[in-house]
Design a protein around this ligand. Sequence first.
Ligand code: AMP
Length: 206
Amino acid sequence: MSSTQFDALELIEPLLRALAKEGYEQPTPIQEQAIPQVLAGRDLLATAQTGTGKTAAFSLPMLQVLNESKSGGQVRALILTPTRELALQIDESFRNYGRFLKLTSTVVLGGVPVGAQVRALRNKPDIVVATPGRLLDLMNQRHVKLDRVEMLVLDEADRMLDMGFVHDVRKIVAVLPNKRQTMLFSATLPSWVQAVARKFLRADKR
Ligand code: AMP
């Protein structure tokens, strides 16, 4: 069993305090491996199932990086995920882990009226967690600008592509700055996910 603690991963005190509040004692293997890579600014390709702690593996170092260079007033991190349930869970994780930081996040998902999401986007949250279809709609209606995104997560990439989101994801990624950090998480790595990874990631770290 691993004996690494979260503070050994060089997470800042407000994050450690939030983790203590969550009752987390030790990082899971994916957290132990991914957190230092993301903190170092590297791209990441990781195979991980839901339940392994992958959400914290990306959200903790993202919060830390965003907090280091607070420059508000624009969307700086985008997380794309296939389902409403995942989007809500990820947004909640960002809020919980970031409870002692001043970063803001919002969730954009289909199947509910757009009004509240449009209003939330007007406040220019630092972090947007979204399902691809609704985000693309809101981009097309100019309710969200993504030209300052520094960090991108493609969560459950295999499911996202299976569910037919591949064209939406491509269109969204096309408007993001090329100079950004990209993290791709997938339960499986079929060849088409690997092709997406080759296209979207710089020299990858698995
Ligand atoms: P995920 O794989 O991201 O969906 O996380 C699965 C569950 O594990 C979530 O309920 C998390 O709150 C929980 N979790 C994540 N990391 C840890 C940890 N290091 N210690 C205890 N629980 C954790």
